[in-house]
Design a protein around this ligand. Structure first.
Ligand SMILES: *Cc1c(COP(=O)(O)O)cnc(C)c1O
Length: 645
């Protein structure tokens, strides 16, 4: 093999879509919704029960782009959401059936995971066959839940810190023939509840959130345990019981809730928490409360890296196992304490919402360290340049580590020679290029070898190209920045070609944190992502997957990049798809207004300056016209980069 001249065309022949699927672990995280088709593009299977109805993601994005929905574009696949809801419910139905559990199951969707109206409307619609309820964690979310759940018989669980008005609203809403349960997170909320009862005359249905002793696992381990932010300790729970009893209201206490944290990657702490909660539940029943619901909270994890392990980006159990374990633990306690089996409630958010949405962005530029074969600097050149060139020529599979040392040392020396004035800027630049040529040759050899010295392995990262994406990490995948959460990221086309470039991803913000340099991997975490060689004049699209939970609402306006365009895509039953709920992303005017600017006044102020400059003869009429046109048109445009007309 001729080192330094990897031939893309030749590689394309031996590369297969199967190899792309393995490389990006598509089966691991994407099954059954995402695959790669024969054309080498990501294919969406929105409804796994109708696997022949597929959508070519690349074509879809091109179609939408042609209709004026520019990238970055958030796609929500309604059928995927429907399938997630169905899947969880069917798993619980199966578990209940197999364990012959006598109680029922009801899910509630936590509104905080994604409050967008079109999304919540779909959750309610698709959840209707299963009587899926909603969980509110704040007053605004309760208002959403009450307006979204139109059917009688609905279930609304009220968590979060509450004031009197929150609780009064919850009680009054029970008159819509809904079960609205006020879950006490703090002991003070009991007083509010008594007062709300006195004022409205409506008896509350009360739950208590327990601080469990068993700790969750992973990132949100602190959600439980004695020092958790939320919930009542054992003694506070007893106090609630006593005070309810005094008022003759112990029958109002019907639910026990706990939440062991989100993305719990191992099944073991889940089982422990359910067992502990089931015991508390049984004690409450023994004390005379009319216990009817055991709410096991959220935490059902998503396998972001597809490794099926207890790594934080994964999970070592599936939904069915989760359902079996929850049902089995509750059943066991019921038998032990001779209880009426409660309705099991789960508050899974992430596991319902993550899969349905995909962000597609365009790569708008790149920065690659590739200098290829260097020229001989010649005998008159500075000694250090000659030395680097010799190092380059001497690189062979046997001496990669040594050559890397020599090259690094020479580069450092060139830098200090420059500092002391013995090397000009041009020569320093030449040394830099020679150094990178060495690295390139070393890493090209390393690719062909089985055993690669450790330092040389790190060259991948050092030499990684930077692919600039037309999106904002802070807006679209804030958790990638805030807590290093991993999301599957991959090109959505050209998957029948070998991705020969190793890259990290940079976004449009001018923040050095606006990048992605951690990627999913079977073993651990990859620091570079294989991507395709950029082709001049051709658009290159990449997708960020499984980002439907939490990202939209946590996203922020860093650098004033606002909401992206978003759209719902649904199978139309005739082999095609339907696009609905076009939601245009923020315009520059909108984001400026968020921060209290008045675009009209801004135009005026710029115009005044332009006029002044024109009077002074510093700018021509035509230039004023062009400036004002750009200024005013930009105000109405998308905050992200747009294609030139
Ligand atoms: C956040 C939250 C959830 C949702 O958790 P997931 O891990 O997304 O399923 C459920 N219940 C409560 C109380 C929460 O705070």
């Amino acid at each position: 093999m001729e080192v330094g001249s990897m031939d893309d065309e030749h590689e394309a022949e031996t590369w297969t879509i199967q190899r792309s699927a393995d490389l990006y672990q598509v089966r691991g995280w994407g099954h059954p919704y995402f695959t790669i088709n024969q054309a080498g593009r990501v294919e969406v299977v929105p409804d796994p029960e109708r696997p022949s109805l597929t959508i070519d993601l690349y074509e879809l994005v091109n179609d939408l782009d042609a209709r004026g929905l520019e990238l970055p574009l958030l796609l929500r696949f309604s059928d995927v959401l429907r399938d997630r809801i169905k899947r969880i419910n069917e798993c619980f139905a199966k578990a209940i059936d197999e364990y012959q559990y006598k109680g029922a199951y009801r899910g509630v969707f936590p509104v905080k995971v994604n409050q967008q109206k079109h999304f919540i409307d779909e959750v309610v619609e698709f959840g209707a066959p299963w009587r899926l309820g909603l969980e509110a964690g704040s007053k605004p979310e309760l208002l959403i839940a009450l307006s979204a759940e139109q059917e009688a018989g609905g279930l609304v669980i009220c968590n979060g810190y509450k004031d009197q008005a929150y609780i009064e609203t919850a009680l009054l809403a029970q008159r819509f023939d809904k079960t609205v349960i006020v879950v006490l997170e703090r002991i003070e909320e009991l007083d509010f509840t008594f007062r709300a009862f006195a004022k409205t005359g409506i008896r509350p249905t009360i739950g208590v959130r327990a601080k469990l002793g068993s700790r969750g696992m992973g990132r949100w381990a602190d959600s439980t345990g004695e020092r958790a932010k939320f919930g009542l300790t054992a003694s506070e729970i007893v106090e609630v019981v006593d005070r309810l009893q005094e008022k003759g209201m112990l029958d109002c206490l019907q639910l026990l809730h706990f939440h062991a944290g989100s993305q719990i990657s191992s099944i073991i702490p889940i089982k422990q928490a359910v067992r502990e909660a089931a015991n508390i539940f049984a004690e409450l029943a023994k004390m005379g409360a009319s216990m009817r619901y055991l709410d096991v909270g959220g935490g059902l994890a998503v396998d972001y890296d597809g490794s099926k392990t207890d790594f934080h980006a994964s999970k070592n159990y599936n939904i069915q196992e989760y359902a079996y374990d929850v049902v089995a633990a509750v059943k066991e306690s019921c038998e032990k304490y001779d209880l009426t089996p409660p309705t099991i409630v789960t508050e899974s958010g992430r596991a319902i919402a993550a899969h349905q949405s995909v962000l597609v962005y365009e790569v708008v530029g790149r920065n690659e360290v590739r200098f290829g074969k260097p020229q001989d600097p010649g005998p008159k050149a500075h000694k250090i340049l000659q030395q680097l060139f010799e190092t380059y020529q001497g690189i062979a599979p046997k001496n990669l580590q040594e050559a890397f040392h020599d090259a690094s040392q020479a580069k450092e020396e060139a830098e200090s020679l420059f500092k002391f004035g013995y090397l000009g800027l041009r020569e320093r630049a030449q040394a830099e290029r020679l150094f990178w040529s060495c690295c390139e040759k070393i890493s090209d050899y390393a690719k062909t070898m089985k055993r690669v010295p450790e330092e040389v392995q790190q060259l991948d990262q050092v030499m990684a190209a930077m692919y600039y994406g037309n999106f904002s990490v802070f807006q679209s995948i804030p958790d990638s920045w805030a807590i290093d959460q991993l999301f599957p990221i991959m090109p959505i086309h050209r998957l029948n070609e070998e991705p020969t470039i190793k890259a990290t991803i940079a976004d449009l913000t001018c923040d050095s944190d606006g990048k992605v340099d951690h990627f999913i991997d079977v073993e651990d975490v990859k620091r570079v992502l294989p991507v395709h060689r950029w082709r001049e004049g051709e658009r290159y699209f990449m997708g960020i997957f499984l980002n439907g939970a939490y990202q939209e609402i946590l996203g922020d306006l860093h650098n004033l990049f606002g909401d992206t365009n978003a759209v719902h895509v649904q199978l139309d039953g005739e082999g095609g798809y339907e696009v609905s709920h076009f939601v245009k992303g923020d315009t520059i005017t909108q984001v400026l207004e968020y921060v209290e600017y008045e675009p009209g006044a801004m135009v005026e102020r710029v115009r005044r300056q332009a006029e002044r400059a024109r009077r002074q003869g510093l700018i021509t009429f035509d230039q004023v016209k062009m400036l004002m046109k750009h200024y005013e048109e930009s105000l109405g445009s998308y905050t992200y980069l747009t294609q030139d007309e």
